[in-house]
Design a protein around this ligand. Sequence first.
Ligand code: NAD
Length: 266
Amino acid sequence: MPKAPAIAAYDPQPLRDRVVLITGGAQGIGRGIAQAVLGAGGAVMIGDLDAEAGKACLQEWQAGDRAAFRQLDVARETSVRNWVKAALERFGHIHGLVNNAGIANPHQGPLHALSLATWNRYLAVHLTGAFLCSKHALPALKSVGGAIIHIASTRALQSEPDTEAYAAAKGGLVALTHAMAVSAGPQVRVNAILPGWIATDAWKKPGERHAPKLSKQDHAQHPAGRVGTPEDIGALAVYLLSDASRFVTGQQFVADGGMTVKMQYA
Ligand code: NAD
């Protein structure tokens, strides 16, 4: 009889020597993902519209040659092309891409008053940005084998009133995830994370940083007993970027403390 498979040791540094590009990586959830990647032994190239926030990350992390920042507008193809090029010049390889940049406020007012410019801006940053970054990073990702994560939202699945542009953009990201997974495999895996309510106040740039003001009720409405943090999303991102998830692609992962499975009766 063949020998039984051996017990594999848990790897505390699953992203050792891996390079991960993170859009909107200077604040909020993106910064949480960047810190989780650094904690897992990886290197990060963060891109963000906010240069002050990006420089503050490098200053505060003191991660040496494992962290780099370049200003980026994900909605502009030239900016994306230059950001990916800068990452390759700096690190030589790209093993992961996290399309996280977004306009955090989902409320745009009633549909009859929604301007085409606002609609287009939401789609440009959330959806076109993910397309452009994936397009320019894919050749490098394919050459070494890698993973892409799109940061969507539970708002791809359920809504409050007056959030059409945000919801449509996030729903588009979920569809982009399965479409890309079947095209980019087997070298590159593509998954989506759908965060619920994540408190980002403590993860802003220094001048705007403060402790989150959350009530007992805010926490208690979650089956998990609390509002989420960027660390909660970072932990899932590390799993999806690492070899531990090598059989997982084209999927959407809700991280929302159980909010979307709670039945609601008025
Ligand atoms: P945030 O505002 O704290 O951080 C977003 C970062 O993206 C900022 O640093 C901002 O400067 C940057 N950014 C904005 N537009 C950009 C552009 N065009 N190019 C490059 N960078 C740009 O927001 P967050 O709450 O951390 O949200 C991050 C992502 O997570 C977004 O896609 C958001 O839709 C999604 N999300 C957030 C929550 C939540 O509760 N916070 C829930 C679900 C999904």
